[in-house]
Design a protein around this ligand. Sequence first.
Ligand code: SAM
Length: 292
Amino acid sequence: MTISQSLCWKSSKELRYHVVSSLKYLGVNPTKIRSQNFLIDSNIIKYQIEKAGINQEDIVLEIGGGLASLTKCLAEKAKKVYCIELDKIFSKFLRDYFSTYNNVEIISGDALKIKWPSFSKSVSNLPYQISSPITFKLLEQSFQVAVLMYQKEFAERLFAEPGSKNYSRLSVMVKLKGKVKYLKTINEHSFYPQPKVKGALVEIKPLNRELNLDIIQFGEFVTSLFTLKGKTVRSALKINFKNTFSNLSEKEKEKLEKLPFIHRRIFSLTQNELIELYNEILRAGWYSSERR
Ligand code: SAM
């Protein structure tokens, strides 16, 4: 089969038929644990591919190939598609399905555990239960753009602003390394079996900027503060970094009171304010001593 031969899915009806009959043929019941809800709306697939601007130069990474719905269309546009699938039945299905394609490589395994090949773009309908770690893993790679389907509530956390209820470590850390754009909400009936929650398509572009920051250490710092996001900086530091802040000398107590944003609540701090606070704490020699 050559790349230009096929027309991907002619209609959503054809795609739905492919998904339902393949599941029947395989004799599998999709599992909720692995987010096995398959796209049955061919227009959404076209939209994803268009938004990612997939062309003959691209090496595409797809996480969670499932029943080939998206993989097939990617294979028709891209130079090469790497498709990672955890489920053994589906990865065998994918291998058989693409046996005559010379630009699709199926990788069986857990996308969180295996080393990813180099790629220029990623288009994936993600397994929702691994959204957070997979996003952080993605942001460690070098690529041009990713168009990803998340659960809508998760996507909202990516865009949450300081002071809002959804503002979290995720909102802070993802925007440190990537530019995120909300593309559109996807209804439950676009999937088979129909999930109980809506999806959302999000575009992520790496910022490729030099950050004068130890991201891992800063991430740990932000994570520990956000476990107490309703508290003030002062209380959160005293609770989370007991060893450092419980027995301060008078001089050090004064220094603590002079930290920036000390009376502000954690959830109100912007990304830049968190970085400023972190740098001040490092400068005072407090944070490194708390770590193992
Ligand atoms: N790409 C297909 C589509 O658009 O219809 C399937 C998407 S479905 C939401 C997610 C897929 O990811 C399932 O096939 C599931 O078996 C697979 N999956 C779940 N956890 C995974 C993991 N840790 N690594 C790789 N694939 C995984």
